[in-house]
Design a protein around this ligand. Sequence first.
Ligand code: TMP
Length: 213
Amino acid sequence: MIGSQKGFFVTLEGIDGSGKSTLAKNIQFYLQKKNIPHRLTAEPTQNDIGKLIRRMLKQSKQDSLHSLTELFLFSADRTLHIQEMIQFLNQGIWVICDRFIDSTLAYQGRDEKLLKIVYTIGEVLFDLLKPNITILLDIEPEHSLHRIDGREKDFYEQITYLRQVRERYLEQAMDEKSRIKVINGNQHPETVADLAIRAINEAQGQLISARRI
Ligand code: TMP
């Protein structure tokens, strides 16, 4: 897929309250200024399955949703979303996606028994579409929970749980250093945006050079 892709695919990752939404808006602002055609999107999506997921997450108590149910719902939503995003990318449109496959590896990967299937599905989906760059906003759960205090909390937004998710994200970043750029999410949003945009531009420069060879 990546070979025929003309646009640039950026994903944003991090635990709940890490500042992804603010970063997404700041990146969008930058792309608008540069007149770069782009789409800002997110998972769970605004499509039918995405809406169902959000409803179920709101209704569920801790651990009442089986992790296998979550895995299949998030993956079904993503499979449809990938098809949409590929269409944009093939037209040369940049896609900025708030959460993608790394979210499932980090969140649903918490269940040791599911690890194999979580990674197998992840590989199949990455084969369809892989981010050119992933920005991982790293923040301690204590800080992120402080930020989302006041927002409605679902069971994900709990501290021990988020610690495990954060660890898994950081492990992924160690495994895929060239794709996943870790940025300290405790900094001022403008600093975070500057660092992210610099990393994105660098990755895009490398892609352009690679295509010329
Ligand atoms: P959001 O708060 O970024 O909109 O995401 C909603 C919740 O869904 C968040 O707690 C993370 C969780 N999630 C997963 O567990 N697996 C996934 O694959 C995705 C996309 C989200």
